[in-house]
Design a protein around this ligand. Sequence first.
Ligand code: SAH
Length: 217
Amino acid sequence: MRFDILTIFPNLVLPYFEDSILKRGKDSGDIEFHVHNIRDYSKDKHNKVDDTPYGGGAGMLMTCQPLFDAIRAVKKENKGPVIFMSPQGKRFNQEKANELSKLNEIILLCGRYEGIDQRVRDELVDIEISTGDFVLPGGELPALTIIDAVSRLIPGVLGAEDSAHDDSFSEGMDGMLEHPHYTKPAEFEGLKVPDVLISGDHGKIAEWRKTNRKNPN
Ligand code: SAH
């Protein structure tokens, strides 16, 4: 799967692809990342990408020209939907992650300042996604959140040791969240692992896990 990320802060995003699951997925060729600096597309002599809002008010807005040019250039390489990170977008969840993981390509647009000129949203954005009811200074962490959640669902990206099967929110969990986990040792500072988990009785273990699933908040 190919991800193109548009941002004015490529250095915030790039290191995240250099370790752990995303690095492994990149090395195996299951996922690829292309990070584009929106500022590189600015025709302003100082590479300006923001300006004051019409109608007044605090803060700056990202202007049309660099965004139109950057998105149009990236769309030549990536035929997937343009997703704008936005607190006004639809709330991101596992179902959306599943849906996106079936695509071959997506473009993620990270806003900054007070956001972007509405004309970019009207003309070039296909989907708006929020990662929660809070305001961050930029769309970079939301974009990485989506990439992380989507990438781990792509076959080959997760190793067998960290399977996405039976995770919270996954199909077959009946809307419940995952059961508690324990690892060795069986006793740590007097704290014991539930007997059933070391009983070797797989039927009972499965039953215990099922009854110990949590309800979502
Ligand atoms: N003025 C905007 C907030 C701008 S924050 C408002 O009141 O809605 C600057 C940028 O950060 C946004 O354009 C968006 O790209 C990103 N951002 C901030 N919070 C976000 C969230 N919860 N989900 C997704 N993107 C977010």
